[in-house]
Design a protein around this ligand. Structure first.
Ligand SMILES: [Fe+2]
Ligand SMILES: [Fe+2]
Length: 192
């Protein structure tokens, strides 16, 4: 599928699936993700697809998540059975594959893991995770914090700032988010 049509179709679909408030969040995440991609010299198109698609299933009835993923062969973890909303990223991944024919694994894993992150998440996933956290509609994000993150030199630096802030606000981090952070700490500093 051509770039422009798929992007436009995805945007319309998101608008139809979401409340106006959530759709505006998605647009701000997309804008933020594109800004980060530009600053770091990453390709904008896959970042745009991941950002536009990440919350497609966020407003489904929570009772619909488990049957939907189970029908596709996924066995939810105990935590996901207890909090099915944790599955909204995985459901969105399937929607992007099935309704939009998206095959780019970087885009798909970004959407699947956008809520908690994971160790070894690719660049598109890192950009989405950061953009979802710092989009300017978030109450905890000041203008200076936003600029500090988007102007950081590397994706690793951006994630480090975000992770430290999340840890301070929540007093703890989900173990998957912590593992993503620790994985980064174990890496050599790179441009990304
Ligand atoms: Fe989400
Ligand atoms: Fe989101």
């Amino acid at each position: 599928m051509l770039r422009k049509p798929i992007q436009t179709k995805l945007k319309h679909y998101a608008k139809n699936q979401l409340s106006p408030k959530r759709f505006r969040h998605v647009l701000r995440v997309t804008h933020t993700g594109n800004l980060i991609a530009r600053n770091l010299g990453l390709r904008k198109f896959p970042v745009t697809l991941a950002c536009l698609g990440h919350d497609l299933a966020r407003e489904w009835e929570t009772s619909a998540y488990v049957p939907f993923v189970a029908a596709r062969g996924y066995v939810p973890r105990t935590e996901e059975l207890e909090k099915p909303l944790l599955l909204h990223g995985r459901v969105a991944r399937y929607l992007l594959q099935e309704k939009f024919g998206i095959k780019d694994e970087g885009v798909l894993e970004a959407v699947e893991h956008h809520t908690l992150g994971k160790a070894g998440l690719g660049d598109i996933g890192k950009v989405l995770y950061v953009a979802d956290y710092i989009e300017p509609g978030r109450k905890y994000v000041s203008g200076s914090f936003f600029r500090q993150v988007v102007n950081a030199e590397t994706l690793k630096d951006m994630l480090s700032i975000v992770m430290r802030d999340a840890e301070n606000r929540h007093k703890s981090l989900h173990h998957l988010s912590r593992e993503m952070f620790q994985y980064l700490d174990g890496l050599q500093d790179s441009k990304k």
